[in-house]
Design a protein around this ligand. Structure first.
Ligand SMILES: Nc1ncnc2c1ncn2[C@@H]1O[C@H](COP(=O)(O)OP(=O)(O)O)[C@@H](O)[C@H]1O
Ligand SMILES: N[C@@H](CCOP(=O)(O)O)C(=O)O
Length: 318
């Protein structure tokens, strides 16, 4: 009788499982809430993971398909492996297919989406999925990303407040923003990596600026939930946008012009996209007024809804 010596997928993993995760784009900071506030948007990546005894096969369609490595360096693969390492299961072979809707390097949380999708897909292939519960995924994603704001919103959906405990554990809570909040996103063609934009920030900030942002962040929670008329004032910031403006002058100019018309424009994440927050049609009206000239066609204008689901896992097979 022939003996099959082929290696098997290791203990603790579901060999026949196919895990599909849909994960939203996120806009972080929302002005004053640097590394704290995040908003999930209905622009999505979808990743499908299945396991094999050995090897790696990665295929990618959509955003970033031409640029991302199809190797162990692929961010989703790194996240899957980080999840399995955390749980302590033996690393299997990986078959991964990604359909990407989130543009890369534009301040819409593509890297956080990739990391969260990989971790949640890893959860879907575990015998004991609770080993990668939301708190653990947030902690692992934050350590891969360096900040929790995008990862929290990508994982939980909606608008999130995230913070670190004294012992350095990231935590997050969702707040229920007004149903009529109608975000507009203006996406330029050029990319700016988050690490480049973070390197532009000073290590220390003056106390009055810290105080200014603390007040605006608190006000912003009130504006997002109850008082949209305060959004313009509540989205003021002194901690990061002006400091990063030299790397994205067109973004800074668009934010300024839209705000002059009374709409709450901010840099989305680390930029260079612009997010405008307002009631139904308000942001779009201001953006159209500013971008009606020849420079307007340099921006891709989108009106995504708010994703209230967060990361959505579906599994097939044993
Ligand atoms: N879906 C993805 N698959 C693989 N790598 C990704 C994916 N999304 C983002 N990345 C990696 O992260 C980089 C962008 O991350 P970052 O500079 O933080 O910008 P963003 O604001 O889009 O998160 C990409 O250039 C790519 O290397
Ligand atoms: N708080 C972070 C947010 C980065 O978001 P991204 O979408 O640009 O990755 C920062 O401002 O650096």
């Amino acid at each position: 009788m022939a003996v099959d010596h082929a290696p098997a997928v290791g203990k603790g993993l579901r060999a026949g499982r196919r895990a599909t995760v849909r994960v939203p784009a996120t806009s972080a900071n929302l002005g004053p809430g640097f590394d704290t506030l995040g908003l999930a948007l209905t622009i999505h990546d979808v990743v499908t993971l299945s396991l094999a005894p050995t090897g790696l096969e990665v295929s990618v369609e959509g955003q970033g398909a031409a640029g991302v490595p199809l190797t162990e360096e692929h961010l989703v693969v790194r996240a899957v492996r980080a999840g399995f390492d955390h749980v302590g299961v033996p690393q299997p072979g990986i078959r991964l297919h990604c359909v990407n809707g989130i543009p890369h390097g534009r301040g819409l949380g593509s890297s956080a989406a990739a990391v969260v999708a990989g971790l949640v897909a890893a959860r879907g292939c575990l015998q004991e999925p609770e080993a990668l519960d939301d708190a653990t995924v947030l902690a692992l994603a934050t350590s891969l990303e360096g900040h929790p704001d995008n990862a929290a919103a990508a994982l939980l959906g909606g608008c999130t407040i995230s913070w670190h405990t004294h012992s350095g554990v990231p935590r997050a809570e969702r707040i229920d923003v007004r149903a009529d909040l109608d975000p507009v996103v203006c996406v330029p063609a050029g990319e700016l990596s988050t690490s480049t934009a973070r390197a532009m920030l000073p290590a220390l900030v003056p106390h009055p600026d810290a105080s200014f942002n603390a007040g605006r962040s608190a006000l912003l929670v009130h504006a997002l939930t109850r008082r949209p008329d305060l959004l313009l004032e509540a989205t003021e910031d002194r901690l990061h946008q002006a400091q990063r403006a030299p790397a994205m002058p067109e973004t800074a100019e668009l934010v300024h012009k839209v705000r002059e018309l009374g709409a709450a424009a901010v840099v989305s994440g680390a930029g260079p996209s612009v997010l405008v927050l307002g009631g139904r049609g308000e942001g779009r009206k201001a953006v159209d007024a500013v971008l009606s000239g020849p420079t307007g066609n340099r921006w891709n204008i989108e009106q995504p809804g708010i994703d209230t689901v967060g990361s959505l896992l579906a599994t097939e097979g044993e």
